[in-house]
Design a protein around this ligand. Structure first.
Ligand SMILES: Nc1ncnc2c1ncn2[C@@H]1O[C@H](COP(=O)(O)OP(=O)(O)OP(=O)(O)O)[C@@H](O)[C@H]1O
Ligand SMILES: [Mg+2]
Length: 393
């Protein structure tokens, strides 16, 4: 698939921008703060309806937006996407709301029709690689979970719904547990157990879907990473393993069964473990087990990459991960994702940069690269790509 047009209105520092994108991709060159990352962020937003960079969506709206005409501040981003099943116009609108104007209402529009976020997610498929990604190896588990969520929501239409339902039910259950903990309610209280059970059923139902999807995807990622790391570093093997936040569930996931059999088995195990953890949960005032505690561990020759890998090896691990993400998307959906390399080459030495570009080059995927320095993108592997220059502020 490829993006053929991008248009922005009041997004980040942009007042207005219209951009035609060639099928092969683009080199985007501009000084620091000229809006390169924001431009790639647009495609991530349209692909997933969320930005990995912000938790407060209001930040995406241009500061001066609406001032001129006395309107509520808004932002609008659109892209025309060509997939193997047809072409689509994707649009996302943000409007500042609330008395303080500090929150934003989000509207997703596909081919001119308002749709739910879950309908828009995954029509455009992207894989982003930025220098900060190196921290994925040794950073907090929440970063790795977010990375997985971005990937899976582009592959599995129902994943985002399960994940947002799960988040809501978990918040309810946690506030109940907090109240119990504060009031010192006994973990044997029949009334308290009854109230918790009310949430547990839904928690288990949606949680099991998340666990199954993550387990499958990490398995596939691990396989592709082994192949890529072989190509990137010959003697060492890097891969990824899923580390579920539910105790004693590994053997359920290890079984090679169809989805129909595994899902009920995960639900049953999750349900039992919730019961086993109940006293602890009530004392601590929070849900101590579940996919909110999941992690994905990277390994080098079966040892922790975070603990034993050199910085260069960790970097290669992340390159292998990103190339594998693209492979997994392509394998499971039949679409070649658009690759977004944000300032990625400046972090790599010459030979690693070449390896990355060669690996990317053979795959025939649309490629958008950014750099503050034109020279960095001035390479034989990229000679087929047009270059655009962003104006400084
Ligand atoms: N909501 C907003 N309204 C106006 N300007 C914004 C908003 N959000 C971010 N900016 C500004 O937009 C500018 C561009 O940011 P961006 O990260 O896209 O630049 P960049 O070209 O990637 O820079 P670098 O080379 O440093 O990575 C920054 O100066 C930032 O302060
Ligand atoms: Mg940037």
């Amino acid at each position: 698939m490829h993006v053929s047009r991008i248009a922005l209105d009041q997004f980040r520092r942009y007042n207005n921008l219209k951009l035609d994108v060639p099928e092969t991709g683009l080199r985007i060159v501009g000084n620091n703060a000229s809006g390169k990352t924001s431009l790639l962020e647009v495609l991530l937003l349209l692909a997933t309806t969320k930005s990995p960079r912000v938790s407060i969506e209001r930040e995406l709206i241009r500061w001066e937006s609406g001032e001129e005409f006395g309107l509520a501040p808004y932002a609008r981003i659109t892209a025309h996407v060509v997939t193997s099943h047809g072409e689509h116009d994707l649009e996302l609108r943000l409007e500042a709301t609330g008395a303080s104007g500090l929150t934003a209402r989000k509207t997703c529009i596909v081919d001119g029709k308002n749709v739910r976020a879950s309908t828009m997610v995954g029509i455009l498929k992207v894989v982003e690689f930025s220098p900060e990604d190196v921290q994925l190896v040794s950073g907090p588990p929440s970063d790795r979970r977010r990375q997985l969520d971005i990937l899976i929501s582009q592959i599995d239409r129902h994943y985002m719904q399960s994940s947002s339902r799960y988040g809501k039910v978990l918040a309810q259950r946690n506030s109940l547990l907090r109240a119990f903990s504060k009031e010192g309610v006994s973990f044997r209280s029949a009334n308290a157990i009854e109230q918790l059970r009310f949430w547990d059923e839904e928690l288990v139902q949606h949680g099991a879907r998340i666990v199954m999807a993550r387990s499958n995807v990490v398995k596939a990622l691990g396989e592709h990473m082994r192949t890529w790391s072989g190509a990137l570093m010959s003697i060492h093997t890097i891969d990824a393993v899923y580390s579920p936040g539910i105790p004693r569930i590994e053997h359920v996931l290890a079984r090679d069964h169809s989805e129909r059999d595994v899902l009920p088995a995960i639900q049953e195990r999750f349900s039992r473990e919730l019961e086993a953890a109940r006293a602890d949960d009530m004392r601590r005032g929070t849900t101590t087990i579940g996919p909110q505690r999941d992690d994905m561990g990277f390994r080098i020759d079966h040892r922790s990459l975070a603990a034993y890998g050199s910085r260069g090896q960790q970097r290669l691990g992340v390159i292998a991960l990103k190339l594998s993400e693209a492979d997994v998307i392509e394998h499971l959906t039949g679409e070649k994702p658009v690759l977004l390399l944000d300032d990625a080459l400046s972090e790599l030495d010459q030979s690693h940069a070449s390896l990355l570009l060669q690996s990317v080059g053979v795959s025939d995927r649309q490629l958008l690269l950014t750099s503050a320095l034109e020279g960095v993108l001035d390479r034989a592997e990229l000679a087929h790509l047009e270059t655009i220059h962003l104006d400084p502020e």
